[in-house]
Design a protein around this ligand. Structure first.
Ligand SMILES: [Zn+2]
Length: 278
């Protein structure tokens, strides 16, 4: 009898929890999406209010509705700061509502014509590969590394000449492509490529577009990536130090000549590397 009562009670409790969860889950989810990411390490670069830059502002100076943008909160008490990426396609209204005027920067156009078939035709098989690789990349981006003590400025990853800067609007055979959201450093095949900061290897693999590719996680939601390498010297989950040789400049993937395509990613937004490197 006592046992039966206990079972009945358990059933009631389970039923109650199911009903409660049904109503509470949407609220819990809404709340989760607006919980700010907090970082104890408040070492970020100075503010650069332009597409590809960051907000680095005292929390008391930010006006309203901070939840409209992605950001990190760091520091304590009166020294609390808000750090937020300003993406290439930033939401003008959201930043204006915070009292932040973002520089309306004009990026140059770049026109190239390519006749080679390999650049103009993508097979069914390649499309499947591209899709699979996109998922691998997105999953790696979701990983966060908390052990690194990220320091700025980042190290320039390769000695070469900047051949294409961040934000360039690209037209290939007069068809507009995605804007260039990295920094191209043209160098000879075999020139060294160094890790820009301490971190962990999130990906080291060969990709259709990116060629031999390395993605590093540096903590504080900062990541850097290195594309078109001739060779990579690191493997997934390896810990790397700032300045460590991680690969060599190459022309692997979809490129017309040897160069390093370098990206800086903060809170999943691709930022202007030139604002973060020495
Ligand atoms: Zn590039």
């Amino acid at each position: 009898m006592l046992l039966q009562l206990k079972f009945q009670n358990l059933r009631l409790i389970r039923k109650f929890l199911r009903i409660e969860l049904f109503f509470l889950l949407p609220l819990i989810l809404i709340n989760c999406s607006s919980i700010p990411i907090f970082s104890s390490n408040c070492n970020f670069p100075d503010q650069s209010l332009e597409p590809g830059g960051i907000v680095n502002s005292n929390k008391s100076e930010i006006d309203v509705d901070i939840l409209a943008i992605d950001y990190i909160e760091c520091g304590v008490g009166k020294r609390q700061r808000i750090i937020a990426p300003i993406s290439y396609n930033y939401d003008k209204k959201a930043f204006k509502a915070l009292g932040l005027e973002i520089l309306d920067k004009r990026f140059r156009n770049s026109y190239i014509s390519i006749t080679e078939n390999k650049f103009n035709q993508i097979s069914e098989k390649d499309l499947i590969r591209i899709d699979r690789e996109r998922n691998i990349y997105i999953r790696a981006l979701e990983r966060e590394y908390s052990a690194a003590n990220l320091e700025f400025p980042l190290l320039n990853p390769s000695n070469g000449i900047i051949s294409s800067e961040y934000g360039v609007k690209r037209f290939i055979n007069n068809v507009q492509r995605n804007p260039h959201l990295g920094l191209d450093i043209a160098a000879n095949i075999g020139e060294p490529v160094y890790a820009s900061a301490d971190g962990i290897v999130l990906l080291s693999d060969e990709f259709f577009y990116k060629g031999n590719f390395v993605l590093l996680g540096h903590g504080n939601n900062f990541k850097t990536s290195y594309s078109h390498l001739n060779e990579s010297f690191v493997t997934e989950n390896e810990i790397v130090k700032k300045g460590q040789l991680i690969g060599l400049v190459g022309k692997s993937g979809r490129v017309t000549g040897p160069h390093l395509h370098f990206e800086v990613i903060f809170l999943n937004k691709k930022l202007n590397p030139e604002l973060f490197i020495q």
